[in-house]
Unconditional design. Structure first.
Length: 61
């Protein structure tokens, strides 16, 4: 998998264009997890779980 950040998605026809960035849709997509690959979600959750474990260990000492 190539890690390429998408800055904009543009749809073009012969008369006009639509930019997801101009419509602020690109920011909504970046906040959403709907289109994130499963392995990336698992990795993110695992990192958060590790942070929680460390915090719990520190609080219990």
């Amino acid at each position: 998998m190539i890690d390429i950040r998408v800055e904009d998605h543009i749809i073009i026809n012969t008369k006009s264009y639509i930019s997801f960035k101009n419509l602020r849709l690109i920011y909504e997509l970046k906040k959403s997890i709907k289109y994130v690959a499963a392995y990336q979600l698992i990795e993110k959750v695992s990192k958060e779980e590790q942070k929680i474990r460390i915090a719990v260990e520190l609080c219990s000492k």
